[in-house]
Design a protein around this ligand. Sequence first.
Ligand code: NAD
Ligand code: ZN
Length: 357
Amino acid sequence: MSFRNFKMVSYVVFGRGSFNQLDEILTPHRKGDAPMVFLVDHYFEGKPLLNRIPLRGKDKVVLADVTYEPKTSQVDELARSLKEEFGTISGVIGIGGGSTMDLAKAVSLMMTNPGSSADYQGWDLVQEAGVYKVGIPTLSGTGAEVSRTTVLTGPTRKLGMNSDFTPFDQIVLDPELTKDAPANQRFYTGMDCYIHCIESLEGTYLNEFSKSYGEKALQLCQKVFVEKNQWDNESDDQLMMASYAGGMSIAYSQVGVAHAVSYGLSYLLGTKHGIGNCIVMNHLEEYYPAGVKEFKLMVEKNQIEIPQGICKGLTDEQFETMMNVSLGMKPLWENALGKDWESIMTREKLRALYERL
Ligand code: NAD
Ligand code: ZN
């Protein structure tokens, strides 16, 4: 038996207004006149946050188009254009939701590793540390701020650059940055955390490390989505810490059925991660009875519409594609259903599940 020895984020700052410390945080990491590149979620175009970015010298703000989830081609293009413009950079700071943070992690790695980011989709394929990288979430739930992966859609698969070089060197957790998120988006991304917790706590990989973080994250999700009747500053604080703890829980376990099935939707239909997980979770009573019951309660209480019937009219070939992507996520299935998962989640069973969505 060998236990996972995992790399974590090196520095963490938490607090309302901690974004104002960014200049001071970055200063020791500036290498000569090589710029810092701020990759900012395009939602913030024309918003006051852009004026609070501590630009110095040749520093550059690049708006990240996250209309679609990050692609390897997008990462390669960003890294290529930065190399062309600057040669080398001091660091990259991702400010946004999970998509922007993943882009920032991947661009950091592709500033130093040769080839295409698609070459590194998988586990422990990255060979060189990237440039200094900072993650600043503006949505809470994915856990991308603490994870050792960056989820990318490539030419042949949707899979992360999962490596010890992937975690951020620094994260800035400032709950003030999440306060204007629309209620629907906040719910979908928040549910990513809730679902991570259920999948981790109900999984076969669970140990006390994962459980401790998972239970805390779950409790915080319940506070904001079940117990409270109104969203307030404290809710932003709580959901940000839920995301962090949920990510820490996954570091030592794995996600499960909702994620494995949702990856197929996202690959074929471009369904976004948060909403895709919700669409699937809605139909998983058989695997997570208590979690699904509470999930439905939260959907109702927060007056969220979960899309139905999204697989109507798909061809056999399309179902096959989704099933292949989904069944390729072996560790997720093993965590959810145990070593014999292949005899439990047969292709027929998975097809029937997709047809219900
Ligand atoms: P997102 O980053 O895709 O953003 C969703 C939408 O919200 C975008 O339109 C964005 O512009 C907008 N937005 C962001 N911040 C906002 C704010 N403060 N106010 C208003 N709008 C805002 O959403 P997400 O759910 O945070 O991230 C999903 C992505 O994260 C997926 O690409 C998924 O694959 C990835 N992910 C990564 C990990 C990981 O460990 N690396 C884990 C889970 C999910
Ligand atoms: Zn997730």
